[in-house]
Design a protein around this ligand. Structure first.
Ligand SMILES: [Zn+2]
Length: 253
């Protein structure tokens, strides 16, 4: 069993002048925490999610490590909403599903899922520059990335290239039922709706962001490598979005 108290103490220790920690919902006895990091000047907000599936702990650790070490360099340019551990029961018990045996990622229309309720409250009226959802794959020999975008800069390849310096890449031509190229999957959102129904990733992409990425680390590798893969992905996306924004501003000036 993993120690959720230890995790909540780490999250609560992040509260500061610029970071607020709130309980966004209580799920079967476990508080689900969110961390809101204000940007120093008005700036687009980024959404980071970890631990939707409880047996994918590297995403949780990546969110925490990013909050503890990486965001100081970025909160001049972006605000952040971070849900480090969306599925505390699953995290503690190492299960994909929550205490009600529900896959939080694919039950957005179900009104009896407290973790999803919390996400709905967080998302209400929000639009994100991009959303990065940290997951893991037990069957994958290497890292891969799902990318959905409209009017957003192309950067999946840059992410894969950057991650390849810290973690092997899954270069199979088919991953999880999708065609893949060099570790990159661009799923068809309409087909995904047919295949899996309303899920958090699709709601994010349809209603809350033009750029959604699901970062998948290979569970078989050491934790520090998996965390490094997710952190590297985030750094690359932040750099590209900032560059893209500056280029647009120059164009408009
Ligand atoms: Zn997952």
């Amino acid at each position: 069993m993993r120690d959720y108290d230890l995790l909540t103490r780490r999250i609560e220790a992040l509260a500061s002048n610029s970071a607020r920690v709130d309980t966004m919902t209580c799920a079967d006895g476990y508080p689900v925490l969110r961390v809101s990091v204000a940007s120093r000047v008005p700036a687009p907000t980024v959404l980071l999610i970890g631990g939707t599936h409880g047996d994918e702990p590297a995403g949780v650790e990546a969110c925490l490590t990013v909050l503890e070490h990486d965001l100081a360099a970025w909160h001049r340019h972006f605000g952040f909403e971070v849900v480090p551990c969306l599925n505390p029961f699953g995290y503690v018990h190492n299960t994909r599903h929550n205490a009600r045996n529900v896959d939080i990622n694919w039950t957005y229309d179900d009104k009896s899922v407290p973790e999803v309720d919390g996400m709905k409250r967080l998302l209400r009226g929000q639009r994100f520059s991009f959303a990065l959802d940290f997951h893991e794959d037990w069957e994958s020999p290497g890292y891969y990335l799902y990318e959905l975008r409209r009017n957003a800069p192309v950067m999946g390849r840059a992410v894969i290239h950057a991650v390849s310096t810290v973690c092997p890449i899954n270069r199979k031509r088919a991953i999880d039922g999708w065609t893949a190229a060099g570790g990159l999957i661009a799923p068809d959102p309409e087909r995904e709706v047919e295949r899996r129904g309303a899920g958090l990733p699709l709601v994010l992409f349809f209603d809350h962001t033009d750029h959604l990425m699901t970062s998948e680390s290979p569970s078989g590798l050491a934790m520090d490598i998996r965390v490094a893969a997710h952190r590297t992905a985030l750094q690359t996306v932040l750099r590209h979005h900032l560059r893209h924004r500056r280029a647009n501003q120059t164009e408009q000036a």
